[in-house]
Write a protein of this length. Structure first.
Length: 83
């Protein structure tokens, strides 16, 4: 689980390309361990993927149905489930 509140800081001219490199590395590491990757944003005005993370944890821990598929709508709201 990665907190994406600071992801926009990597969008400057000086750090161009670093966010894609970091995301590719995290995806590769998660794949080798069979882990999920979820970016969450927990700011008061803009809470993204927090409910999705809760649903995913309930699915993994208690076998509740998960109706959400992998999502990549933006850089700060990524969801790649296990597998």
């Amino acid at each position: 689980v990665t907190r994406a509140d600071g992801a926009s800081n990597l969008d400057s001219q000086k750090t161009a390309g670093w966010s894609e490199t970091i995301e590719a590395y995290l995806r590769n590491e998660c794949l080798s361990y069979g882990a999920a990757l979820v970016y969450t944003m927990c700011q008061a005005k803009n809470a993204r993927n927090v409910d999705l993370l809760f649903d995913y944890l309930m699915n993994r821990l208690y076998a509740f149905p998960l109706k959400t598929k992998a999502q990549v709508p933006s850089r700060d709201a990524l969801f790649v489930p296990t597998g």
